[in-house]
Write a protein that binds this ligand. Structure first.
Ligand code: EPU
Length: 438
């Protein structure tokens, strides 16, 4: 069944009003289905987003021998592991990028893991070399076999289990940091991750593991130290998912464009400093509280300071790549010339051609650099979301444009934003989901 969004745009008028409540972070909750392999007992997860990627990773963890049951709205009971199953389901591990995160805990616990090259959003090559090099440094043997265009990888720990090691990351990778950090939890001796990524989801993971007995220090800085030990114990301690900073950021951008007064609740404004600073520079009226962000109509057109602004996507606390597409949609409505460099992924600007069809003045000079001349009115069009975040950018552009837009491949958006149409309708957006029987 094909599903798409039909959107009636506001033609630039600021009409949105009310509260938007942010879900738990996809990129935090996903990893806990891997972390559970490090535990002797199970734990309850709370504030888990009701999205497709969570259902996929839960199915993958179950097939890999873990108990993973949804026990209520946003609640999952995860673990303990039922047996030593180290072969991960091929189809499910290819479906989502987060499947790679399970390899660290499974390898560390059972001494072996077999998986297929992970999938996920189509935004670039997304190599796994840093994971494999990390495992090699910890004494493991890696063998890769390509069969009918599928790369199957088997990793075997040395006798007695993984050994702690010093690992320098060529690129501070978010998931590789989490995965190697977890591999270190049951390894022998000390693991030091240098040039590690610093995303808040990594810190949240480390804090929960430490509360359950792990010896990890430095998460949130470029150097993380892990001293390996015994299986962890949750002992009834629930895991509460931190707010999704990318969902919050996407709605902050939307509210900046179309909000009369919108309050984004249950978020961590301090995780969004890079976005909020850029929006303020352009004239957006934003106030922040401990767990909310409020956006008011300033009654003025937005303009770039000195008529130009350059943004580079970077690892946290820099400007997040996952907000690059929403931000470019925003820049189409700001007087001046902005430049956006996408430095994390190779193919994350392809959606721009559809914004141009809507009337945006954007030139891409390479796979990773876009010049935006604003402001230009947008008109509604028919678009196909290419990945999760560009799909959200189309929803934002559609709500802003004059007339009707259709955003196809709704499933891409559903992977990361739960019931987005319902929650946007609550603040006055005109959006509906259309289901077409094949
Ligand atoms: N990289 C390597 N080798 C590796 C791993 C990564 O060269 O072995 C490179 C990548 O090619 C990229 C850079 O390192 O150039 C950073 O990518 P990273 O590994 O940090 O990305 P990721 O861990 O695969 C996570 C999120 C992404 C988010 C990025 C950046 C999850 C499941 N995914 O991906 O989320 O964009 O970090 O913050 O946590 C999304 O939610 O839409 C999404 C794509």
């Amino acid at each position: 069944m094909e599903e798409f969004f039909r959107i009636q745009g506001a033609g630039g008028k600021k009409t949105l009003k009310g509260d938007f409540v942010v879900s738990g972070a996809k990129n935090a909750a996903l990893k806990m289905f891997g972390a559970a392999f490090l535990f002797a007992d199970g734990f309850e997860m709370r504030n888990v987003p009701e999205i497709e990627d969570i259902r996929s990773v839960a199915a993958l963890a179950e097939k890999s021998g873990l108990t993973a049951k949804r026990v209520g709205e946003g609640k999952w009971q995860v673990g303990p592991a039922k047996g030593e199953i180290w072969k991960m389901d091929e189809e499910l591990s290819r479906k989502i990028r987060a499947s790679i995160v399970l390899t660290g805990p499974i390898l560390s616990r059972f001494g072996k893991v077999e998986f297929s090259f992970p999938g996920g959003c189509n935004i670039g090559k997304r190599p796994i070399d840093q994971f494999l090099d990390g495992y090699r440094a910890m004494g493991a043997k890696v063998s890769e076999v390509e069969q009918e265009k599928v790369l199957n990888v088997t990793i075997t720990a040395p006798k007695g289990g993984l050994r702690g090691a010093e690992i320098f990351m060529r690129n501070p990778s978010h998931t590789a940091t989490e995965t190697l950090m977890m591999a270190g939890v049951l390894a022998r001796g000390k693991t030091v991750l240098k040039n590690a990524a610093m995303e808040p989801e990594i810190v949240a993971l480390a804090e929960y593991l430490v509360a359950c007995g792990a010896a990890i220090s430095g998460a949130g800085t470029p150097t993380i130290e892990i001293v390996g030990g015994k299986l962890l114990k949750a002992s009834g301690r629930p895991y509460v998912t931190i707010p999704d900073r990318i969902e919050a950021g996407s709605i902050i951008v939307l509210a900046s464009l179309l909000g009369k007064k919108v309050t984004i609740r249950n978020c961590e404004p301090c995780h969004l400093d890079a976005l909020i600073a850029a929006l303020k520079l352009c004239g957006v009226r934003i106030t922040t509280g401990p767990d909310f962000v409020e956006i008011f109509d300033s009654g003025k057109n937005y303009r770039l300071p000195d008529k130009s602004l350059t943004i580079k996507t970077q690892g946290y606390p820099g400007f997040p790549t996952d907000l690059q597409a929403p931000m470019i949609s925003f820049f189409t409505q700001v007087d001046g010339d902005s430049v956006v460099f996408e430095t994390i992924f190779e193919s994350r600007l392809e959606y721009i051609q559809d914004l141009v069809k809507m009337g945006a003045s954007i030139v891409t000079v390479s796979n990773n650099q876009a010049f935006i001349h604003g402001s230009t009115p947008l008109v509604g069009k028919e678009m196909k979301s290419l990945d999760l975040r560009s799909g959200m950018a189309f929803v934002i552009a559609g709500l802003l444009a004059k007339g009707e837009s259709l955003v196809h491949n709704a499933y891409n958006i559903d992977r990361g934003y739960a019931n987005i149409e319902g929650r946007l309708k609550n603040i006055g957006a005109k959006i509906e989901r259309v289901r077409v029987e094949p």
